[in-house]
Every structure is written in structure tokens, then in C-alpha cells.
Design a protein around this ligand. Structure first.
Ligand code: CP
Ligand code: NVA
Length: 308
């Protein structure tokens, strides 16, 4: 049996393949102009296929975009939280992988621990997609990059600045930096930086990543400013995080330091008044709802790539 084509992280997929996925995302989005949301794409590439969507944590965008994505690709999906499954009562991940591989054509997992995703993938005989773990969120970054390109930006040499917690989303931006050739500045306070292992992976692949504790310096002349929640799912030190990270709020002053045409990205859900002011996230630089919509288009391209 051939190894299934998993989508687990941007670090382990060649740049040329990621480019194919992004091009497909643009193409599929354009092809749907004027169609109703539930209509099936003309080529229906996933006809007869079913994707399992398994969630150990909450989700709005990932859940709906994968489900609608499979419908638009002509296939179907089955959604379950881990508590609906015997997985939530301690059934082994490897047994779950082997059993579900007999029922469905692919699986998406949102996992508390990245190790759970990897164990699922190791034991599955069908493709497995990372729908966010504590380590990374690669589907999100594909949608973000689609958003930047449709805003007319060329990724190579683009200056992206991350302000705030060095979390799972930031890690996937690090992995993407080398693959797409953008420059990435990370502004995080002490204790909230990206793990050295992740920086080594990104730098080893040729990424240009600059680290600075000063958010204003980081934003200086940036083409894109990115924020995410200060308290991610699974973080149990909310009060300390909100206090430690408060100087890293993306404000109008931060955006003024950036290029005058800079774009603002946030994967959502957002907390106005914490990681970003309402004036920024609801202001003229923000493209957050295009970004959210592109989860659908980017993931359809990811699903198709996994099944090709
Ligand atoms: N951005 C994102 O992954 O959103 P959800 O948690 O709602 O899926
Ligand atoms: N960093 C956030 C992203 C949510 C989509 C979290 O993990 O909760």
C-alpha cells in the first residue's frame, strides 16, 4: 500500500507542492464566482469521498470550512468531537486511525497535542490533515497567503511582522517563510518566543526571520502585520498572559509604523481590546473576513492535493 499524502505541517511539504496548492486555491475560488454556497464545483473531484473531521478543541472556521469544502468538492464529511468518540474515553489513537481508515477516505484532526496528530497519521492508511495542534496551524497560513496574493502582494520579499505570542500560528508562519520566500519579523516578549527547534527548522530551510522584543521596531515598514489571541486554547495561565502580552497589542500607532498600505491579518477568533484594538481589526488595513473565507478555498485545494 502506498503512503497516504498527509498535510501535517508546512515544514515537511516541498515549496513546489505548496505553490501548487495555493494556485489551486485561487483557481477554485475564481471558478465559484456566482455559484450558491452549497453548489458542487463543476469537476466534483471528491465525488464518492468522505472526510472525517475530528475535534479535540472548539472550532468555528475550521469546522464549517472543511465541511462546506467537502460538499463543494462533491464529497461529504462526518464531524465528531473526541468526546463523541471512544477516543475521548481512552481508546488508543492508533486503533482509532486503523478503524477510521476502513470507513473514510481521509481525516482532519484538531488536536490538543501535536503528538496525537502524528500518531494518527503514522497509523492511518488514508490522508490526515492538521486542523490545528498546540504546535502548528498550517491550513490557516495557506489561507492567509492566499489572502495576501489576492490583495496583489507578491510573497517573495514581502515583509510580514508577527506581534504577540509565539504560538502555533506563528510557528506555521515560520515554516512558511522559507517555502514562500517572505521575510518574517517576530516581536514577542521574553518567555513567549518561538521554540528554538522551530526556528532551527525554519532557518535551516532558508527562512529570513528577525527577532525583536520591540513591537514598534518590528512593525516599522512592514507590509503585513499579524496578531493572534494572547490566550490560545489549552493555555491555563490567562491572567498572566494578558498582563505579560498587553504591551504587544496591535494599535493604530503600530499600524502607523508599518507601510501606509500595510494589511492586517488575524486568524480569528479575535479579542478586541486585548491583542488588537477595534480600530485596527475593523479598520481599513484589515482583511480578516477575506482571510476567514479563504480557509474554505485553501482547504479545498489541500483536500484535493491529499487525494490526488
Ligand atoms: N482560525 C481558526 O482556526 O478558527 P476556528 O478555531 O474557529 O476553527
Ligand atoms: N492560537 C489560537 C488559534 C485559534 C485558531 C489557538 O490555538 O487557540
Amino acid at each position: 500500500m502506498s503512503t497516504p499524502r498527509h498535510f501535517l505541517g508546512l515544514d515537511d511539504i516541498p515549496a513546489s507542492e505548496l505553490r501548487v496548492i495555493l494556485d489551486e486555491a485561487h483557481r477554485r475560488k475564481a471558478a465559484r464566482k456566482g455559484m450558491s454556497k452549497g453548489a458542487i464545483d463543476a469537476d466534483a473531484p471528491c465525488a464518492g469521498k468522505t472526510l472525517a473531521l475530528i475535534f479535540e478543541k472548539s472550532s468555528t472556521r475550521t469546522r464549517f470550512s472543511f465541511d462546506m469544502g467537502m460538499r463543494q468538492l462533491g464529497g461529504s464529511s462526518i464531524t465528531a468531537t473526541s468526546n463523541d468518540l471512544q477516543l475521548g474515553r481512552g481508546e488508543a489513537v492508533d486503533d482509532t486511525a486503523k478503524v477510521l481508515s476502513r470507513f473514510v477516505d481521509g481525516m482532519m484532526l484538531r488536536a490538543n497535542r501535536h503528538a496525537t496528530l502524528m500518531e494518527l497519521a503514522r497509523n492511518a492508511s488514508v490522508p490526515v490533515i492538521n486542523g490545528l495542534t498546540d504546535r502548528s496551524h498550517p491550513c490557516q497560513i495557506m489561507a492567509d497567503l492566499q489572502t495576501l496574493e489576492e490583495q496583489g502582494r507578491t510573497l517573495k520579499g514581502l515583509r510580514l511582522t508577527w506581534v504577540g505570542d509565539g504560538n502555533n500560528v506563528a510557528v506555521s508562519f515560520c515554516h512558511a517563510a522559507a517555502k514562500f520566500g517572505f521575510d518574517l519579523t517576530l516581536s514577542t516578549p521574553a518567555g513567549y518566543g518561538i521554540a528554538e527547534t522551530e526556528l532551527s527548522i525554519a532557518n535551516g530551510a532558508g527562512a529570513n526571520i528577525i527577532l525583536t522584543a520591540d513591537p514598534m521596531a518590528a512593525a516599522s515598514a512592514a507590509d503585513v502585520v499579524i496578531a493572534d489571541t494572547f490566550v490560545s486554547m489549552g493555555d491555563d495561565d490567562a491572567d498572566k498572559r494578558l498582563s505579560d502580552l498587553s504591551p504587544y497589542q496591535v494599535t493604530d500607532a503600530v499600524m502607523r509604523a508599518a507601510d501606509k498600505d500595510a494589511l492586517f491579518l488575524h486568524c480569528l477568533p479575535a479579542h478586541r481590546g486585548e491583542e488588537v484594538t477595534a480600530s485596527v481589526i475593523d479598520g481599513p488595513h484589515s482583511v480578516i473576513f477575506d482571510e476567514a473565507e479563504n480557509r474554505l478555498h485553501a482547504q479545498k485545494a489541500i483536500i484535493k492535493w491529499c487525494f490526488d
